[in-house]
Write a protein that binds this ligand. Structure first.
Ligand code: TRP
Length: 461
């Protein structure tokens, strides 16, 4: 099959482990370690976690598999995939929304990714040592609002992302994620242990694991769904794109399950590291996007050899973010490269520059340009919340509808069982979920969350 650039074959991942590392690299990122704890904290802890887990299992895994099926079957970027599988229809619009979402997600995601680089710098130059809670809060707020510094780190991060995508998928991502992801896991476990042994940690465990069902409302459900999609990289064609690089011999169902498990495990571990410390140090769980950047330095300060852990942690967090930003940028690059026949290099430069410009405004909206806000939400919050809670659920809904109703069931099952060579015993269950359960559940949660029905009393985004 021809690649983006004339006369070169279309790329693919080289091995099964490589596929899992790349897809898990996409899934595991700031969504697990930065976003999950802060959204869980804002939405009542345990009740949120339970709802989140239910959505990952019932909707997330099938939606992920749906994206893989579409991508691998079509061997194309998200827009081209729908064009090829449903010629002459309106379905490619779903792909276009995905490409647009790549821009909005990266614009705020690279802001936060830039913060991890600043914290790396602060660690190296000993500037977080022995700071009290108040000083850490000040450090964070002053930095984020300062304008040029966060912009500088964001640009650095975008350049790194562009650089790797420019070089192609196989060597860079596949090789590095295989080493880095296990290391990240180890550090988070160490952090969790330290956090759990702080005096007063039990409160945090209660917050995370004891669901208070009175806290579940339509808003919390939508946030949990949005977070599940965000964390699993579902709903904007990232996994369609990666699916298109998966060889025909790989087991798509197994891949979807392994990646989802790994992603969920890391989110829970991040929760275990953060909430006990939040309560031990009397930080408010609703602190929002700053939560991780204030809590973790406090834990590191209490650990023997904390600085080393801190250093390695921020390096790995930056890398985890990088393996995610690459996967998002790849959507735009695959689209421009393949559909507009620009080739990989031109497509990478164009999308990197465009996203960086949007990203800079997003970063500035948190400080020097507060006028960049709509309805009281800064551009940053707006992109964060609308990407996860609007674009991704809509994209996810379209993808499961496409696989459930537009493709023929034989085609879908054949893609899952590799033309009859795998058993794929769960295929009938999968078909039932993508036809009925997932679309209905997503639509209900989405409409309720937006307050159109208000069955459960409505709720804020
Ligand atoms: N899942 C990644 C994280 O948790 C972010 C991400 C990568 C993403 N690709 C995506 C989010 C596609 C939504 C859609 O950090």
């Amino acid at each position: 099959m021809q690649g983006f650039d004339k006369n070169t074959p279309r790329e693919s991942f080289g091995s099964q482990i490589g596929v899992i590392a790349a897809a898990a690299g996409s899934a595991v990122g700031l969504g697990n370690i930065w976003r999950f704890p802060y959204v869980a904290g804002e939405n009542g802890g345990g009740a949120f976690l339970l709802t989140y887990l239910a959505f990952v299992l019932l909707i997330g895994v099938p939606a992920m598999l749906s994206e893989f099926v579409v991508g691998r079957k079509a061997q194309r970027n998200p827009v081209g995939a729908f064009r090829r599988l449903a010629p002459g229809s309106a379905w490619p619009a779903v792909g276009f929304i995905g490409v647009a979402a790549a821009f909005t997600i990266l614009a705020f995601y690279t802001t936060v990714a830039g913060w991890t680089l600043e914290y790396l710098y602060l660690t190296i130059f000993d500037k977080l040592d022995h700071l009290q809670k108040k000083d850490l809060e000040n450090t964070f707020t002053t930095f984020v609002a300062s304008g040029w510094r966060p912009v500088m780190w964001q640009v650095v991060f975008m350049l790194l992302t562009g650089f790797i995508v420019f070089k192609g998928v196989k060597n860079g991502i596949e090789r590095s994620t295989k080493i880095m992801m296990p290391l990240l896991l180890l550090i988070i476990i160490a952090l969790g242990i330290r956090s759990l042994t702080l005096p007063g940690a039990a409160e945090g465990l209660k917050f995370l694991f004891r669901p208070d069902f009175s806290k579940i409302n339509a808003g919390v459900m939508l946030q949990a769904l949005g977070q599940a999609f965000f964390s699993l990289s579902i709903g904007m064609g990232t996994l369609i794109t990666y699916g298109s690089y998966i060889r025909k011999s790989e087991n798509l169902g197994k891949t979807a399950i392994s990646v989802s498990l790994a992603d969920t495990a890391i989110a829970i571990l991040a929760g275990l590291a953060i909430f006990p410390a939040v309560f031990a140090f009397k930080i408010t769980p609703e602190a929002g996007p700053s939560l991780v950047f204030i809590t973790l330095p406090m834990i590191f300060d209490q650990m023997a050899g904390g600085v080393i852990f801190e250093l390695v942690f921020f390096i790995l967090l930056a890398i985890a973010a990088l393996t995610s930003t690459i996967s998002v940028l790849e959507v735009a690059v695959a689209y421009f490269g393949e559909e507009l026949a620009m080739g990989r290099k031109k497509a990478t430069i164009l999308s990197t520059v465009a996203i960086t410009v949007l990203g800079i405004f997003t970063t500035l909206s948190m400080g020097p340009m507060p006028e960049l806000s709509i309805a009281g939400l800064s551009l940053f919050d707006l992109l964060d919340k609308t990407s996860a809670n609007v674009l991704l659920p809509l994209g996810g809904l379209c993808i499961v509808l496409f696989v459930g109703w537009k493709l023929r069931p034989e085609e879908v099952v054949s893609e899952i069982n590799n033309a009859g060579t795998l058993k794929a015993r769960l295929a009938p269950l999968f078909m039932f979920i993508v036809k009925f359960l997932a679309p209905v559940a997503i639509a209900l949660v989405f409409l309720n969350g937006l307050g159109l029905f208000g069955f459960f009393g409505g709720g804020d985004l």
